[in-house]
Design a protein around this ligand. Structure first.
Ligand code: ZN
Length: 148
């Protein structure tokens, strides 16, 4: 059992080195940019939504290991989900990375690897950047979101 308080879990390092769904998406009908000036993380999220379901999702950009791994794992976690399920997952994820109680780590699956972020408040913005951008994309906001 790995210590979940460690910031750089193996799964996080692995995703930061080999991010999944790292490409543009021709069929995207919702996109948004996310920028975390504190760390320099900058990503674009591409989403193809149909009938309230996330049919496909991808991202591109650059950032620290935490932000990149989070974006990669977020795309895997929400692909195929309904948009309201993705929002619900974001709420749970946000609770875990900010160290709030009330969410069982098994509800999050692999995303629970980010629990260690709660020990490093400055990293919360890195871990949630892609999720904020996803939310902006789904809400059809055209401007870039910034964590500041
Ligand atoms: Zn960062």
């Amino acid at each position: 059992m790995p210590d979940l308080r460690d910031l750089y879990q193996d799964v996080i390092l692995e995703h930061s080195k080999r991010p999944r769904n790292y490409r543009t998406l021709e069929a995207a009908n919702c996109t948004a940019e996310g920028f975390n000036p504190l760390c320099g993380d900058h990503f674009t999220i591409y989403v193809q939504v149909g009938d309230g379901q996330i049919r496909d999702i991808s991202f591109q950009g650059s950032g620290c290991a935490i932000s990149k791994a989070s974006a990669s794992m977020m795309t895997q976690a929400v692909k195929g989900k309904r948009t309201e399920e993705a929002e619900e997952l974001f709420q749970k994820f946000h609770h875990v990375v900010t160290g709030k109680n009330g969410v069982e780590s098994n509800e999050l699956g692999k995303l629970a690897a980010f629990a260690g972020v709660s020990e490093y408040p400055v990293r919360v913005k890195c871990a949630t950047l892609a999720w904020h951008a996803l939310r902006a994309a789904l809400q059809g906001e055209q401007h870039a979101v910034s964590t500041e």
